[in-house]
Design a protein around this ligand. Structure first.
Ligand code: 6PG
Length: 248
């Protein structure tokens, strides 16, 4: 469980500092990797500034875009050029500005017949990239997974009470009729199959969920993520405002 996993916590005064330090940290990790760097992006608002920074010269030139592969932890089932699309946000903020090969951008398909078909197609994409149908301990799929945290403690599109929380076989599942618009999300085993997982959490409205997750409250989906990988929390003071976390 997340609460029992040794985690490194990075607390920053402002969301801007958080984004800058996270950008520096990501570039540092990617440039140290020798082969391909599999990066699983998060949706939502919090990572947008980080993506914008990764597209700026000091970071862009240090990132090994030629061998970086981008995936998504979840997607809203809307057209990729729509304002609610996680792909659209990352494309606008980052991907259209950097020399990443088009074939290295693995968007979650939303133009398929149904969310279930999109989820199945994405699972196939992930398995092809991984080179197998079964995740192996000690051979993580991703080098880095970025996750936001919802006020209700959700991660990706794994929402409280969702049947998707219990999924252990499928790599991606549809999330229909829960939080509109419908979504496609990676499941716990796939999100957990990473060398490192970095949570990006900013703002007072996340304070309660963050404190509960770090206390191991299993009612929150984020708390139930089990990973052999390292965990890093990038948080700002507004979200961290409990004595234990803010180093007061
Ligand atoms: C999404 C995200 C979701 C997000 C949280 C936090 O598709 O919305 O993947 O899990 O990370 O909802 O969102 P904010 O960063 O906007 O607060």
């Amino acid at each position: 469980m997340i609460a029992n996993t040794a985690a490194q916590t990075h607390v920053f005064d402002t969301p801007e500092q958080l984004a800058q330090q996270a950008a520096d940290w990501i570039v540092g990790r990617a440039s140290k990797s020798r082969t391909r760097f599999a990066l699983c992006l998060s949706g939502g608002d919090t990572p947008q500034r980080l993506y914008e920074l990764l597209a700026t010269p000091p970071y862009r030139v240090r990132m090994p875009w030629d061998r970086t592969h981008c995936f998504w932890g979840d997607e809203r089932v809307v057209p990729h050029d729509g304002p609610l699309s996680n792909f659209h946000m990352a494309w606008q903020a980052l991907l259209q500005h950097v020399p990443i090969p088009a074939e290295n951008i693995h968007a979650i398909p939303t133009e398929q017949t149904s969310p279930a078909a999109g989820a199945a197609a994405y699972a196939t994409t992930l398995k092809r990239f991984y080179g197998g149908d079964t995740l192996e301990a000690g051979r993580p799929l991703f080098d880095l997974v970025l996750l936001g945290l919802g006020e209700d403690g959700h991660i990706a599109s794994l929402f409280p009470g969702s049947p998707a929380l219990a999924e252990t076989e499928r790599w991606a599942v549809p999330v229909v009729g829960e939080t509109p618009p419908d979504r496609i999300t990676l499941t716990y085993p796939v999100l957990a199959s990473s060398k490192v997982i970095a949570f990006l959490v900013a703002g007072e409205r996340k304070r309660n969920a963050l404190a509960r997750v770090r206390a191991g409250d299993l009612a929150l989906p984020a708390s139930r993520l089990q990973t052999a990988g390292a965990i890093h929390w990038f948080i700002d003071r507004a979200a961290a405002a409990t004595p234990a976390l803010s180093g007061a």
